[in-house]
Design a protein around this ligand. Structure first.
Ligand SMILES: Cc1cc2nc3c(=O)[nH]c(=O)nc-3n(C[C@H](O)[C@H](O)[C@H](O)COP(=O)(O)OP(=O)(O)OC[C@H]3O[C@@H](n4cnc5c(N)ncnc54)[C@H](O)[C@@H]3O)c2cc1C
Length: 401
């Protein structure tokens, strides 16, 4: 665990905030937006420039859509040109099942907006609520007081060293979280690391979300801006690595589809690939301790799962709200800190675990029949969680309460 004294070199600039959030994407921007909504001074730091993309496919499950709806952000996403998707096709190998998204919990379509768009909309919403965002700031560690309590962060931007003093530090800095390392947040649950997820953008038109279940793979299509689709494949790390070694980098996706999802490969043949192939190998499945004195983790920084269930954005949205509520209670009454942060941790785990269990089993690529059954169970869990979130007050109602 790092013990950095609060006193730092005199050239350092010092900023102040009630809450400093490290990471300005799904988890960080949403947390800051919700804190600012209820009157807190939230400062978000990110080393990245924005707008910028990140490595991720981007279908938003019904739970995440419920959050965007409650937060009043769906109009902005529609205006961005993200197509409303109402049709889902599942190719089980034995048959193709077509479904229409049911109108439930205030959501009658799904979206798969590109991250450069989604993250920008969240950042704009956070700014409108009164949060501040500083980009180009790489955070290097946390500051502690004499009791060991975390009281801020330090890092650098282009002008030199900077430190931020805050009542709470939120690590929303993704899988490789510097904040998690600096506070020494241990893993509280770890499951075997699973597979690989690779994707690229293909020219369309594409209208339906598609899932293609194969032996040792799940592939699919997420229609997105400009008529293009994010076409992806999840498979074992071994298969992906072997393939990466044997074909040119930009041909990896189409060539894996030919091997693992021939019907989809036929469909994409001839469609122009408009991006390089990106993705991730060895995706961890774990939870970290959610909080400690003066700090908390949210999003991938505290909970990571294989991308096969396409659920990380929805997890981040749900947990951003749980955390913002907990920090709001603790900021208003420091005596509430322990109970509020314990509730955050408990609720995060209660809602994360059922999906994590299914994700881990899906990541072993069981036989297609079992795979389809697990997908059915996943849909039930997502529906239950979407209902639970939809029953909560909207952002506007919460802000005036
Ligand atoms: C291949 C792949 C496909 C996926 N597909 C889907 C999908 O279809 N649907 C879905 O819901 N989820 C999907 N996910 C998961 C989803 O991308 C993540 O769960 C989500 O991005 C988590 O958001 P986050 O805000 O926690 O972290 P991130 O999006 O990782 O953002 C972290 C931010 O922190 C900043 N940062 C990091 N370190 C520092 C530092 N030291 N100082 C300052 N800033 C820092 C980074 O610059 C970054 O902007 C996928 C993931 C992968 C890898």
């Amino acid at each position: 665990m790092e013990h950095t004294p609060v006193t730092r070199p005199a050239t350092e600039r010092t900023w102040q905030a009630e809450v400093v959030v490290v990471g300005a994407r799904c988890a960080g921007a949403a947390t800051a937006m919700l804190l600012a909504d209820v009157g807190h001074d939230a400062l978000v730091l990110d080393r990245a420039p924005f707008p910028s993309d990140t490595v991720s496919t981007h279908v938003i499950a019904r739970t995440g859509m419920v959050q965007l709806n409650r937060w009043g952000l769906l109009d902005a996403l529609h205006a961005s040109g993200a197509p409303r998707v109402t049709d889902v096709e599942i190719d089980t190998g034995a048959e193709v099942v077509a479904r229409t998204i049911r109108d439930k919990h205030g959501v009658d379509h799904l979206l798969a907006p590109r991250r450069i768009v989604l993250d920008g909309i969240l950042q704009d919403a956070a700014l409108r609520s009164g949060a501040r965002i500083e980009t180009g700031v790489g955070v290097e560690g946390v500051l502690r007081d004499g009791t060991g309590r975390v009281v801020g962060v330090y890092g650098h931007d282009a002008s030199g060293p900077v430190r931020v003093l805050a009542r709470y530090v939120v690590g929303a800095d993704g899988l490789g979280s510097r904040i998690a390392r600096a506070v020494g947040a241990p893993l509280t649950l770890e499951r075997p690391t699973s597979g690989a997820s690779l994707y690229a953008y293909l020219a369309g038109p594409w209208s339906a979300i598609e899932y293609h279940v194969g032996h040792g793979a799940l592939s699919g299509v997420f229609p997105t801006h400009g008529g293009e689709a994010c076409v992806w494949v999840c498979t074992s790390e071994d298969v992906a690595r072997r393939h990466q070694r044997s074909v040119p980098r930009d041909a990896v996706l189409t060539s894996l589809l030919r091997l693992l999802a021939p019907r989809l490969a036929d469909r994409v043949e001839g469609a122009a690939q408009t991006s390089p192939v990106r993705g991730m190998l060895r995706m961890p499945n774990h939870l970290r301790r959610a909080s400690g004195p003066g700090w908390a983790l949210v999003g991938d920084a505290g909970y990571h799962r294989d991308a096969i269930t396409g659920y990380g954005i929805s997890d981040a949205f749900r947990d951003a709200e749980l955390l913002a509520n907990a920090l709001d209670a603790a900021l208003r009454d420091p005596g509430e800190e322990a109970a509020a942060l314990a509730a955050y941790s408990r609720e995060r785990e209660r809602m994360a675990l059922p999906v994590l269990d299914l994700t881990c089993e899906l990541g072993t690529f069981p036989a297609p029949e079992r795979f389809v059954e697990l997908q059915r169970q996943l849909a039930v869990v997502i529906d239950e969680q979407a209902g639970e979130l939809a029953a909560r007050p909207s952002r506007v109602q919460a802000a005036v309460a």
